[in-house]
Write a protein that binds this ligand. Structure first.
Ligand code: ADP
Length: 573
């Protein structure tokens, strides 16, 4: 059978046929390209996102549908018209089905059930069966090469489209009522409005064409297509914290360029062509600058976000470490108090036998158990001294444990400090003399008032300072001065203090050791050469005791081998 062609020349370049209304190039082609571009762009950025996949599906269908429409206008072959007309009807249904699917995914944030998928497939399949039949397209009107639509194309296809649109609408209402979240309600409202306007814009042209046979008017509706596609894309990406500003800028620029470029298809006037070329050039240059600056901004934002994330991670790590340290600290406190308890107990147990030894030794030395010869006396004296060191050590340890457990008690009374110092000097005088050192004592010219202090403890401290001075002085001597605090002294804040200074011509204190001298178990590096037995507890205990009496104690020294000055200040009432 010979084919009767429609009465115009076939398209030279497929679609550029004289029969294609020029408005089609301006409305449909840019709409197709922009929608496709949008769908692809979002999909490429969110490949695993189902909503992005569905949007790509819809935009692809729209693109295919547009291409088929163009071919329908371009061809003068009735058989081609029959084929592509049928296919456009099928693609239309696919766009609706895809839109419904997308609505579900957008609202529920998950894929639809297998049951719903089956229903969608069944509807599409049943529709596909009737499409090739004569109930869909009856034939072709040769005069204008349009199909003569049967009941399927005229009523059934539109009925299905209306069904899908209503389905979307009802779904939106139910989800809107269900949710209590204000933000989500707004999202549902915007999405539903967007998708329904998109579908309406799409269908209205076809419905008008079908019932009026004026297929040119319907083309104006395609202007809106990319806008609503963009609208949907925006809603999808907004939910996923996608960078919408960049996408919007890119879409705007590309759409603008495509729209301007598409004018070349129907401009015949040369002046217009030049003007359009200039406009296109300007749009491209400024568009490129705009996209570039948007990209830069996005990059900065992303970097900031990464930095913020890192800061938060660090914060968390620090918090964890702080928690860990707090636990460790608690454990240490428990251990520390156990240690203090142990020292206290052990010292108490040791004190009794050591005191017993001391008593018997001094009786032996004094000859209470019979005369001792000089050799025996020397041996006994050495034993006594060693025992004495042990007594002091135990006393220091007991004091440390009392300080740490807050059990160090003070008994205050009125004490004449000059007398107290005199007693200390008298006790230690023989020791200094034995070592070939001088021991001077200089008291204030004026009579000092009595101090309200714990005399026992202050005596212990002065005695320890003097003992140290003798211990750490190989040559020269030691002096002890008691005076009213002189306001001209740099460390003396007021005249209402009594100052006790123990100075020596000994090994001195190096600068670096000074800050640690009064700490527990702190012993200088240089003392080994003097071979003195010590614990590094005396100054620690001493400082605590002086502070307990409302005073302060510190050291001054010119450095190594330059002697030292230990100064105590006690308040006068
Ligand atoms: P110990 O004398 O038992 O070591 P102290 O707490 O009494 O403990 O003294 C701590 C340290 O301070 C000593 O080890 C020593 O290094 C230093 N020190 C104390 N007095 C003097 C002093 N007069 N001259 C030099 N160094 C001193």
């Amino acid at each position: 059978m010979e084919t009767i062609f429609c009465p115009w020349a076939p398209a030279k370049y497929l679609i550029f046929s004289s029969n294609v209304p020029q408005i089609l190039y301006y409305a449909l082609i840019p709409g197709m390209i922009v929608s496709m571009f949008l769908g692809l762009f979002i999909f490429l950025n969110k490949k695993n996102d189902l909503a992005a996949k569905l949007l790509l599906f819809i935009s692809t269908c729209f693109f295919v549908w547009g291409a088929f429409s163009l071919m329908l206008f371009a061809t003068n072959n009735p058989q081609t018209v029959m084929l592509f007309w049928s296919l456009t009807i099928l693609v239309e249904i696919l766009i609706y089905a895809g839109s419904l699917y997308l609505t579900y995914v957008f609202f529920d944030k998950k894929d639809i059930s297998l049951f719903k998928k089956t229903i969608l497939v069944l509807i599409i399949a049943s529709f596909s069966i009737v499409i090739p039949s004569k109930y869909n397209l009856v034939g072709v009107n040769i005069a204008d090469c349009t199909a003569i639509e049967g009941p399927v194309a005229l009523y059934f296809s539109y009925a299905i489209e209306i069904l899908f649109a209503c389905w979307i609408f009802i779904l939106a209402i139910s989800r809107y009522i269900k949710t209590t979240d204000k933000y989500e309600k707004k999202q549902i409202l915007l999405f539903t409005a967007g998708i329904l306007i998109f579908l309406l814009a799409f269908s209205s042209g076809n419905i008008i064409g079908s019932f009026t046979d004026n297929w040119v008017v319907s083309q104006y509706g395609y202007f809106g297509m990319p806008i609503f596609m963009g609208f949907l894309a925006y809603l999808i990406v907004k939910y996923k914290a996608f960078n919408i500003r960049l996408i919007a800028t890119q879409v705007l620029v590309v759409s603008l360029v495509i729209l301007i470029a598409s004018q070349f298809a129907f401009i015949r006037n040369d002046t217009n062509k030049i003007l359009t070329a200039i406009t296109l050039f300007i749009a491209m240059v400024f568009g490129w600058i705009l996209v570039r600056s948007a990209k830069k901004e996005v990059k900065q934002k992303e970097e900031l976000e990464i930095a913020n994330k890192e800061i938060n991670e660090r914060k968390e790590q620090l918090q964890k470490m702080a928690d860990f340290l707090a636990i460790a600290n608690d454990k240490l406190k428990v251990l520390d108090s156990a240690k203090t308890e142990f020292i206290s107990m052990a010292s108490h147990q040791l004190r009794t036998p050591v005191t017993g030894i001391k008593g018997y030794l001094s009786m032996l030395i004094e000859g209470s158990y019979g005369e001792v010869n000089p050799e025996q006396r020397i041996a006994l004296q050495k034993t006594f001294d060693s025992n004495e060191r042990m007594v002091n050590l135990i006393e220091d340890l007991l004091n440390v444990s009392r300080i740490e457990s807050g059990r160090l008690e003070y008994e205050f009374s009125n004490v004449k400090i000059e007398d107290l110092c005199r007693e200390v000097v008298d006790t230690l005088y023989p020791k200094a003399k034995n070592q070939g050192l001088y021991l001077d004592y200089k008291k204030s010219n004026i009579d000092l008032p009595e101090l309200r202090i714990d005399g026992g403890k202050v005596k212990e401290v002065i005695s320890n300072l003097l003992d140290n001075a003798i211990k750490y002085t190989p040559r020269g001597g030691v002096s002890l001065v008691v005076a009213l605090c002189d306001k001209n002294e740099p460390n003396c804040l007021s005249g209402k203090h009594v100052r006790i200074t123990v100075s020596d011509t000994g090994i001195g204190v190096p600068k670096e050791e000074m800050p640690y001298l009064f700490e527990k178990f702190s012993r200088g590096k240089d003392i080994n050469r003097l071979n003195t037995g010590g614990t590094g507890l005396g100054l620690f205990v001493g400082r605590k005791m002086i502070e307990g009496n409302g005073g302060k104690v510190w050291v001054e020294s010119g450095g190594k081998d330059k002697g030292s000055r230990f100064i105590i200040e006690l308040p006068m009432q």
